[in-house]
Design a protein around this ligand. Sequence first.
Ligand code: SF4
Length: 83
Amino acid sequence: MHPLYAQVDRDACIACGLCQMLAPELFDYDANGIASYTPDQNTGSISLTPAQAILFKKAFSRCPTGAIQHSDQPFEPKEKPRR
Ligand code: SF4
């Protein structure tokens, strides 16, 4: 299996809450409802486990804006880590 890294493009998130509902282990949202990928504080630096990948794909396929992103390589650092 290829490595899989995940990140939410918070600028593209419309705070619909779907990813957190579908995969609460992977996504959470801030006071404004904007989601982030929580296992690595939305840095996209830690590869998902196979079990996480299954959950991730559910949320990824349902995100209405494409804000949930994935890559087979770690994401470039672009924002401060979030909790
Ligand atoms: S499903 Fe997409 S648009 Fe909805 S809260 Fe999650 S990242 Fe944001």
